[in-house]
Design a protein around this ligand. Sequence first.
Ligand code: PLP
Length: 442
Amino acid sequence: MTPPQQSANLRYHERLKQVLPGGVHYNFNMPWEEVPLHFVDGRRSRLFDMDGNEYLDLYARFGAMILGHGHEEYLEALQSAMRVLCVSHCDFDADPLELMRTHIPSAEMIRFGLSGTEILQAALRLARAYTGRNRFLRFENHYHGNADNIMGGRVADPANPVPVDFKGDYKGTDGRADNVMADQSYMLPWNDTERLEAFFREHAEELACAVTEPVCVNGGSIDPAPGFLEKLRSLCTEHGVVLIFDEMITGVRMGVGGAQRQLGVTPDLTTFGKAIGGGGVPVSALAGKREIMRLLEGKKVIHAGTYNGYPLGSAAVKATFEILSRNDEAVLHRMHDRASELQSILVAAAEAVGLPLIVQGPPGVASFHCCPQPLEHPGQYDFELMGKDIMVATALQRHGVLVSSVSRIYPNAQLSDDDLEFFQVRAEKALGEAKQSIDEIF
Ligand SMILES: Cc1ncc(COP(=O)(O)O)c(C=O)c1O
């Protein structure tokens, strides 16, 4: 690494901080916060910073860059869409929407938006309009965007499971509107079927919807316990509650049909974002049952946005689904295989230095954790474990490997054998250092 006094990264960061709060457009901590990095180029799976350092990019812009950097077919599709950059109602919409409908079980009708946060709020509004009820149910350590009513919090009194702010919340914020979480929602531990059933017995009639990540990636890439999503599905059906899957991360990363097709549980509404647009441009989507989605017709329920359905975004979704679905999702299968190899390399490197470390979750959305056994529910992902994971992420970054917050390994479609070799060499060095710092602190 370049010495700090000569670092172009650092000089640029100082300049940026004068006009950009914190020098970043984003608040959640990233591994490279310790040494601010600014990138000048990206090719396939690699990134290059202002000091000329090379990185393997397993951060992938919080999972969005599923095609890697500079994917030729994708770039060509975007370039040819530029001719109508700022026009609405062009002929770009039908193809991507029909492609999505073909692959995604819940997608009878679809609307596009821009961010995940915004599309999730649109889903809540639609569920409220459909049911005439106000509250929604969400789960501990899941993440559904940075809106006041849905970010962070924890339950203080299990007898009345409403989320409230607490000191030290990683996803808490000053400036939140008063009582907005407690007035609108309930929060339960995930993967606890007994609690879920008891809760529905008491509160189901208050619920417009239940929202869940189908695999809890934000809580540590935890798979649903056998039968949990099926039970949630049947309780929602029984009580007229809209079931929303937030597939912002799992959508396309687990397969073009999303987690729902893999897991065989179909929600009423699904939210997508990040990787559905290939990573180059922002697109989110709300997909769902015709009967519910049709409330968006005739201005009954408002979903609006200047750039909704912009041509470049629609072209990006079309190209992404075409590339990833071709030949029975061959690109995704190869990406998953390479991701599994990356995981084995990491586990072996940790074993070699005596650091307890596991990798869990489906290969497109997996996370590593510095513990001997996989986590079973997101509540287990506590500050101590997160602290250890961050130490591994930081050591990896020092050796040229970027992972996503906190310990997610996001593969992309262009991962190569060369990338695996690069990873092996860097991971072996990084894990030794990480073990040393973890032993000093914990
Ligand atoms: C599961 C999930 N839902 C919603 C969001 C919010 O999406 P965005 O950051 O595009 O607003 C995220 C972002 O990380 C997410 O992981």
